[in-house]
Design a protein around this ligand. Structure first.
Ligand code: ZN
Ligand code: ZN
Length: 215
């Protein structure tokens, strides 16, 4: 593999934060969800011990649990923060949602740049493609690496489940369309790294996921 994926599980919601490390030591942090100082230290420890350079951090969507560490990552590593523009409204409500869940949001920041569907981002020599996959939240994206055969799915697709659609901006039909059009078309062997829980593959979810057996 020319991309090494580190997984860290952060905050009370058990969000998977992924660090994608390229051969040239550049890295991208997906869903900076570290919240406690211990979690922040765990993230910093990987960056320091692997001697890697965080270039970007990308949020698969802007639910509060997925952006809790964004300000920390930006302040500590000087990363450029990328989200899909449709997630802006939800992000603006992050301080309010933090209050609802009794979370302390030390600092509120805005993203640096918006990504769009089919946009390609370079990580070392590797191409990562943004897949726009709304339905769980406005502005949900997945991140696909064809050459390395993996996709990061945020809260769109899980091992044996799909994202909930009862939160503001959620819509079941939109979510199922996103999954069908953007994810199930990927090769069966594509490894799935979800926003919560264990990894799976596209083929396994096609066969086993009870939410995708409707037709
Ligand atoms: Zn979510
Ligand atoms: Zn989540």
């Amino acid at each position: 593999m020319s991309i090494h994926i580190h997984t860290l599980i952060f905050n009370d919601f058990g969000v998977n934060t992924y660090i994608l490390e390229a051969e040239n030591k550049d890295c991208i942090i997906v869903d900076a969800a570290c919240h406690s100082t211990k979690e922040q230290a765990a993230l910093s420890e990987i960056v320091a011990s692997r001697k890697i350079n965080p270039i970007f951090h990308i949020s698969t969507h802007t639910h509060i649990d997925h952006v809790l560490g964004s300000a920390f990552v930006k302040n500590n590593f000087g990363t450029t923060w990328l989200i899909h523009a449709d997630g802006t409204e939800l992000l603006n409500q992050a301080p309010m949602f933090a209050g609802v869940f009794g979370l302390k949001l030390d600092e509120f920041q805005l993203p640096d740049r918006f990504v769009v569907d089919a946009e390609e981002i370079m990580l070392g020599n590797n191409t990562l493609k943004i897949l726009y996959t709304p339905g769980h939240a406005h502005g949900s994206i997945c991140i696909y690496c064809e050459a390395e055969s993996f996709v990061i799915t945020g809260d769109v697709l899980f091992c044996g489940s799909i994202g909930r659609t009862d939160l503001p901006g959620g819509d079941t039909e939109t979510l199922l369309n996103s999954i069908a059009e953007k994810l199930l078309v990927l090769p069966n062997e594509t490894k799935v790294y979800p926003g919560h829980g264990t990894t799976t593959t596209i083929g396994e979810e096609k066969r086993e996921n009870p939410y995708l057996q409707i037709n």
